[in-house]
Each structure stands twice: as C-alpha cells, then as structure tokens.
Design a protein around this ligand. Structure first.
Ligand SMILES: [Ca+2]
Ligand SMILES: [Ca+2]
Length: 75
C-alpha cells in the first residue's frame, strides 16, 4: 500500500513540474483578473501551504501578481 502511495506521489510530482513548465501566468490566472489566487494556483497543480503562500505573497495582498508568481514557481 505504501508503495502505491509513493508511486502516485511521484507521478503527481512529475506531472506538476511538467505542467509548470508548460503553463504561464495567464494560463494559471483562469479568471483573468491579473492575479493568481490560492485556488487558481491549486487548480494548476501547485501545492502551497499557508506558510508558503504567505511567503510567496510578498506585498501581502492575498494574491500573487505576475512577479510574485514567477518568483514562487521558478526554482
Ligand atoms: Ca485570478
Ligand atoms: Ca501579492
């Protein structure tokens, strides 16, 4: 059972990175308001903890602008 879970986690991790490379800010910003909120980020396959989200949201407005998004998702 543990092996299955691990395998699924690996598949999920590899598909997330593949998607991240193929996607850009505009694609993740599905409602087109110019910001990526946590729901949009999660829908795109990113998994942010509250802590990670707070850290990524440099100006603290609760959403990521393109600059914050790039910084959070690259590297
Ligand atoms: Ca948005
Ligand atoms: Ca922000």
């Amino acid at each position: 059972m543990k092996k299955i879970v691990l395998a699924l986690a690996l598949v999920a991790a590899s598909s997330i990175s593949a998607f991240a490379q193929a996607s850009d800010f505009a694609a993740v910003d599905t409602d087109g308001d110019g910001f990526v909120n946590l729901e949009e980020a999660q829908a795109a396959g990113y998994e942010f903890t509250d802590e990670q989200w707070t850290e990524a949201d440099a100006n603290g407005d609760g959403v990521l602008d393109e600059e914050e998004y790039s910084a959070a998702t690259q590297g």
